[in-house]
Design a protein around this ligand. Structure first.
Ligand code: NIG
Ligand code: FE
Length: 383
């Protein structure tokens, strides 16, 4: 089955074209099966089985949301309300969600995660990473990842989210690196640790990441969200694909990222929902750091599924240009997941894309809060 998307006013390729976004104008794109088969001037477009008229609108690669915590039960709306009335965010609410998650049946957890993936899809996200981290025992972490695997191949073992109440931290690290890793590794591509105040320190995080790497998992890290600390430089040290949050950075942290292959994944939904200062994307980009944007969707610090919302925040409050933000939400996310088949549109790439209700990518930040995703193609199929 082939599909012609005709009359594209502006195509963001992140590949061959003008500027950072590889923009091409007045083109057509043909998808064959789940892949992009052809991009070129409209008048040369080959015949296809079906046709969508983009009507001069902008077409983008589907968003790559490289950081989300979707396997959980319940919500923490009351905690959000209290925070907006002045309570600080500490991450302590993770234990509240843990209790609800452990008590939930498989179909409840899978149904909730599937609902959030569908919500993401409607807003243009075609690749999503899903972490465990609300089970925090062997059975519930393994269950979380088994369920996540039903929704994505980008699964992340985050048994080291926090130390559950009543556990000795050293004993818990031993559990995570031993029996829990054994049970979770078969369902996981990635290993992650919340390395921050109130969670795990640098030595604990190194031990857990190293154990995961030995089991064939690839490292990524929650780093420097709440305070400056060892996370970012540890991420670089272990060759992590991504250091996530990067809100509180020293000059040495920025220099370490700039000299590395580690992407800085910025999560402005978390700063929005915890009323914290945003990370300084400009400082990172100007230093040569590669940047991704993701939602961090979770019931505590960032209960949004919307990449367009994150793009708008990044442009308004993180000193990113609209082009940089769109690039970070597509090609940047792909880099943070070490994927070259998504996040850009060129022959051979996955036919994952969005048609906007707008003539240019600029409108995503220019028209915040407006549902601008008209059509989503995932694996070559209109959703
Ligand atoms: O990325 N920082 C750690 N984990 C999540 C928050 C989880 C929660 O509060 O439930 C985050 O922000
Ligand atoms: Fe997170």
């Amino acid at each position: 089955m082939s599909l012609l998307i005709d009359n594209i006013g502006e195509l963001v390729t992140n590949d061959d074209g003008d500027g950072l976004l590889g923009l091409r104008r007045d083109v057509a794109l043909v998808a064959d099966g789940d892949r992009v088969a052809w991009i070129g001037p409209r008048r040369h477009a080959p015949a296809a089985d079906a046709r969508i008229d983009a009507g001069g609108a902008a077409v983008l690669p589907g968003f790559v949301d490289s950081h989300a915590h979707l396997v959980f039960a319940g919500d923490r709306a009351e905690e959000f309300g209290a925070r907006m009335a002045g309570e600080p965010y500490t991450g302590g609410g993770i234990r509240t969600t843990m209790a609800a998650t452990r008590a939930a049946a498989d179909d409840e957890l899978l149904g909730n995660a599937a609902r959030l993936v569908a919500e993401m899809r409607r807003q243009g996200t075609t690749t999503v990473e899903i972490k465990s981290g609300y089970g925090l025992n062997v059975a519930d972490e393994a269950r979380s990842l088994r369920l996540a695997r039903e929704l994505t191949s980008e699964t992340t073992f985050l048994g080291a989210h926090v130390v559950p109440a009543g556990h000795d931290p050293d004993d818990y690290v031993a559990l995570v690196t031993g029996e829990m890793l054994d049970a979770c590794a078969p369902y996981s591509k990635w290993v992650d640790v919340f390395c921050d105040r109130g969670a795990f320190d640098g030595d604990q995080a190194r031990e857990i990441l190293t154990a995961g790497i030995k089991r064939g998992l690839l490292p990524r890290l929650h780093a420097n969200q709440l305070t400056e600390g060892p996370g970012v430089q540890l991420a670089v040290e272990v060759g992590a694909a991504s250091a996530d949050h990067c809100t509180h950075l020293s000059d040495a942290d920025v220099a370490a990222l700039a000299g590395s292959q580690t992407v800085a994944t910025l999560l402005p939904g978390a700063e929005f929902s915890t009323r914290s200062p945003y990370p300084d994307a400009r400082r990172l980009i100007d230093a040569g750091v590669r940047v991704a944007l993701a939602t961090d969707c979770n019931p505590g610090s960032s209960y949004t599924t919307s990449m367009p919302f994150c793009i708008a925040l990044a442009v308004r409050d993180m000193r990113m240009t609209p082009a940089e933000a769109v690039h970070a939400a597509t090609a940047g996310g792909a880099l943070a997941l070490r994927r070259d088949d998504v996040g850009r549109l060129r022959p051979g790439a996955k036919a994952d894309l969005t048609v906007l209700d707008a003539p240019s990518h600029l409108h995503l930040a220019y028209r915040p809060g407006v549902p601008l995703i008209r059509t989503v193609l995932h694996n070559g199929v209109a959703q």
